[in-house]
Ligand binder design. Structure first.
Ligand code: UDP
Length: 370
């Protein structure tokens, strides 16, 4: 239980309603943190796009849904591109509601990677905190994160050190990792299954490299996730013999973990500085070793030779060689790492400690910068 139960307003991503999969890993992060903070006795309000429903196990959370169109994702923005907020976008409406609710709350916790909430933070009375969900993607966002960090870095937390290193920060980054409801991931000892890949099917995820490994081994690759970029998916498929990719679609966690858990390895091929890499940890939770590029979150989370293999980024030959050696990895060690470092409870406690750095006065008022 928390030493001080707080009133917290959580603000979801403006890309897709909760449950759509369009929000990527943020959806699962939000669900697991909501459950974890509830279990610690906090009182929660969730603001999310229309169509969202409360994640399982979150009864007691006040849900406010807001209508409006999706925000264009920063993942696919030009590095020098502008801030875009389309007409009828849900983003400003989410923040209008969050700020109103935040007046009476101890803090507002933002999960969206967007210009507006960051810009608002030093200019409004509600205390807004940001769990930054991506690394550097555009200069305008980098600048804003740096400006906010100079104003009060305690308002920012990151998933991994590698992600945080993308930003110009005056002090050491607050790194909170991520967390998963491990009761939903069944450990599977059986090691002889197929090769798997999971994630949004989009260029920054590098599916083509995992597919090349499967093709070289003359075996199929099971692929789970939202096809965000159909033209890219078609290009990847055309480059390998028919039948190499087995499209499994976007599955709810219960089904995903069942299928994923049967794999002998997950191949993870980020082409960008992945902030964390939920699917890596979900695979480990099922006992599935991960073969990944040593880049971004996966490179920080995996223990080379213990929970999988890390290879030089973009080196397909090394990826292939490592995939041939997954039998050397103890599946129990994979699950053990997740239990120790990435459970929902551990994550919620880390987030609570981060918020406490600023809210430590205990009366909801902001404490002074050290
Ligand atoms: N996912 C899912 N069903 C699927 C495939 C993926 O629910 O069939 C979820 C997965 O649980 C993970 C998210 O999609 O939470 C992908 O998150 P990740 O951090 O790997 O990448 P992001 O999309 O955030 O860049």
């Amino acid at each position: 239980m928390a030493s001080v139960p707080r009133d917290l307003v959580l603000v979801s991503t403006p890309i897709g309603y909760l449950g759509s999969g369009r929000g990527g890993g943020v959806e699962l992060t939000l669900a697991s943190l909501t459950q974890g903070l509830l279990a610690r006795g906090h009182r929660l309000t969730l603001v999310a796009p229309e169509g969202s429903s409360l994640p399982a196990g979150c009864d007691g959370v006040a849900l406010h849904t807001v209508a409006g169109g999706d925000q264009p994702s920063w993942q696919h923005a030009d590095a020098d591109g502008p801030v875009l907020i389309p007409a009828d976008a849900v983003l400003p409406r989410l923040w209008e509601r969050a700020l109103a609710l935040g007046e009476k709350a101890d803090a507002v916790l933002n999960f969206s990677y967007d210009w507006l909430p960051l810009w608002l933070t030093p200019r409004v009375q509600p205390r807004i905190f940001h769990l930054i969900s991506m690394g550097s993607v555009a200069r305008v966002m980098d600048q804003l994160v740096a400006d906010l960090a100079r104003w009060d870095q305690r308002r920012l937390a990151f998933h991994t050190h590698r992600q945080a290193a993308d930003f110009s920060l005056p002090a050491a980054a607050q790194v909170v990792g991520n967390g998963f409801d491990l009761s939903r991931y069944q450990f599977q000892l059986e090691a002889g299954g197929a090769l798997g890949w999971a994630g949004r099917v989009a260029p920054e995820k590098g599916l083509e490299d995992a597919v090349a490994v499967a093709a070289a081994l003359q075996e199929p690759l099971q692929v789970w996730g939202v096809v965000e970029d159909p033209a890219y998916a078609a290009r990847v498929e055309r480059a390998v013999p028919p039948g190499t990719i087995v499209w499994r679609g976007f599955l709810p966690t219960a089904e995903l973990q069942k299928q994923l858990g049967r794999c002998r390895a997950l191949i993870n091929t980020p082409k960008w500085n992945e902030a964390y890499g939920n699917v890596v940890v979900e695979a480990l939770a099922c006992g599935v070793p991960v073969v990944a590029y040593d880049r971004g979150g996966p490179g920080e989370l995996l223990q080379n030779g213990v929970t999988g293999w890390l290879v030089s980024p973009d080196d397909r030959d090394a990826l292939l060689a490592a995939t041939r050696q997954v039998d050397a990895i103890d599946r129990q060690a994979c699950r053990r790492w997740v239990e120790a470092h990435a459970s929902q409870a551990v994550f919620a406690e880390r987030v609570e400690q981060w918020l406490d750095l600023t809210l430590a006065a205990g009366d909801g008022s902001i404490s002074r910068c050290p």
